[in-house]
Design a protein around this ligand. Structure first.
Ligand code: NDP
Length: 452
């Protein structure tokens, strides 16, 4: 008991120091608060961690790189964006995590994402550390040529800091196959070497993995199905509300159908669509992946579907399962109350930290099965790591082989979260279980490697 209190005091002290040192990083504080609120039992078992300042080191990035990204738009005007790479932890493998291009990108958001990534990558069971990067560049409304010029300028600087054994970026919001292609082309040109393993999410003709595009959305559904089956509920026949209409949302919808559920919503940052017959996946892909259009167009082209302004309203739609797949903090307490009032059974986070801390607490208090992002969306980075393996082997695996490995990884991720939660007396608290299981492995590696 005394050890628990000592461990708790250590966590509180570290959190206070983090907030004092970087008072303007609210998203990062939230992650620290969430993680530190659940890993106390591990610290109580390992008092030597405090002596080694393990938490202080865990939450301090190994390296943060910020840089200028100048480029010239189609009208000949010079533009200047800011580029970032947060290399958070290399304790169990090279830094690994996506690049985000969105006007909201700043150090607070990237440090929160990089911290999540450490634990997520640990849960994947694969040898990858944690990192994240990106830019405040907004690809929306830019021509292909402008996106290419931006990516080339971004990579000209980033190439000094990454490598197949050093740091392996991938996509995230605003960075899909097109951007990864341009980034890889410029990296190859600068290095004069075919280091395919330096980026993941590549096109299939130059080292990409089958099933990488689908991995995060598919993986989320494998996790949620496993969680629901384990609790005697099942996914078949359930209605599902999904937010977002990007990579994660699209393939979550696809796999939900394949597992016998019915997805009825999707959204973008302007509004949301409800289609009681079930989302028409072919139409969604045509609008978002081919035409790069807005979700409003879906309702204009599909009879029976309704469009509503304001993306948060998606959580007022009645559904058995809710899958937030757009962005951080998109599902707050009010939304959680609306979902619970409508009888939601389970919530699975496809996006990174889409639910606010009070929303998560509300779900848990009301018996809603909650699948936390760091365990439930681990599919994307896992197939990225499988892409790195294929690049090292100079081989390509079949879709079925990658998909089977993905499924195994998701089931294992669920088991780790479940077992850790049970072991520490918090059954069904998959968030606490995921934090503990992810942290244990990284902490052991950090401790064994000395004060670095
Ligand atoms: P995309 O860029 O493909 O799609 C993002 C979607 O979210 C779009 O529909 C976008 O709408 C919407 N969105 C973005 N910002 C906001 C906002 N502020 N409010 C409401 N909606 C918003 O990204 P991904 O699908 O790749 O990523 C979605 C989430 O999943 C992110 O949190 C990401 O970190 C996480 N993730 C992604 C992985 C991957 O493999 N891609 C892996 C693990 C996690 P709009 O077009 O209007 O901006």
């Amino acid at each position: 008991m005394a050890d628990m209190e000592k461990a708790k005091a250590y966590c509180e002290r570290v959190l206070a120091e983090i907030i004092k040192r970087d008072p303007d990083q609210p998203e990062f504080h939230n992650t620290c608060k969430e993680v530190l609120g659940t890993i106390t039992p591990v610290l109580a078992e390992h008092p030597e961690y405090e002596e080694a300042c393990l938490l202080e080191r865990f939450f301090e990035p190994e390296r943060v790189i910020t840089f200028r990204v100048p480029w010239v738009d189609d009208a000949g005007k010079v533009r200047v964006n800011r580029g970032f790479r947060v290399q958070m932890s290399s304790a169990i493998g090279p830094y690994k995590g996506g690049l985000r291009f969105h006007p909201s990108v700043n150090l607070s958001i990237l440090k929160f994402l990089a911290t999540e990534q450490i634990l997520k990558n640990s849960l994947s069971g694969l040898p990858i550390g944690g990192g994240k990067g990106g830019s405040d560049f907004d690809p929306k409304g830019k021509s292909d040529c402008e996106v290419m010029k931006f990516c080339q300028s971004f990579m000209t600087e980033l190439s000094r800091h990454i490598g197949p054994d050093v740091d392996v970026p991938a996509g995230d919001i605003g960075v899909g196959g097109r951007e990864i292609g341009y980034l890889y082309g410029q990296y190859k040109r600068i290095r004069n070497a075919y280091e395919a393993g330096v980026l993941t999410g590549k096109g299939l003709s130059f080292g990409g993995s089958l099933a990488r595009t689908e991995a995060t959305g598919y993986g989320l559904l494998y996790f949620v199905e496993c969680m629901l089956n384990d609790n005697g509920i099942g996914l078949k026949g359930k209605t599902v509300s999904v937010s977002g209409s990007g990579n994660v949302a699209t393939y979550a919808i696809e796999k939900a159908y394949q597992l016998g559920a019915k997805p009825i919503t999707c959204s973008d940052s302007n509004g949301y669509v409800v289609d009681p017959e079930g989302i028409d996946l072919a139409l969604l892909k045509q609008i978002k992946e081919v035409e790069r259009g807005r979700i409003k167009e879906y309702a204009e082209r599909k009879e029976g579907a309704e469009y509503h302004e304001g993306c948060a309203g998606v959580w007022t739609v009645k559904a058995d399962v809710a899958l937030p797949c757009a962005t951080q903090n998109e599902l707050n307490l009010e939304a959680a109350q609306a979902l619970v009032a409508n009888g939601v059974v389970a919530v699975g986070e496809g996006a990174n930290m889409p639910c606010t801390l009070d929303a998560i607490a509300y779900f848990q208090e009301n018996g809603v099965y909650f699948a936390p992002a760091k365990a439930a969306n681990v599919g994307g980075v896992s197939v990225s790591a499988l892409e790195m393996s294929q690049n090292s082997e100079r081989l390509s695996w079949t879709f079925e082989e990658v998909d089977q490995r993905l499924k195994d990884i998701m089931i294992n991720s669920y088991k780790q979260a479940k077992d850790a939660a049970e072991h520490y007396g918090m059954p069904k608290n998959y968030l606490a279980g995921a934090n503990i299981a992810g942290f244990q492995k990284v902490a052991a590696a950090m401790f064994a490697q000395g004060i670095v």
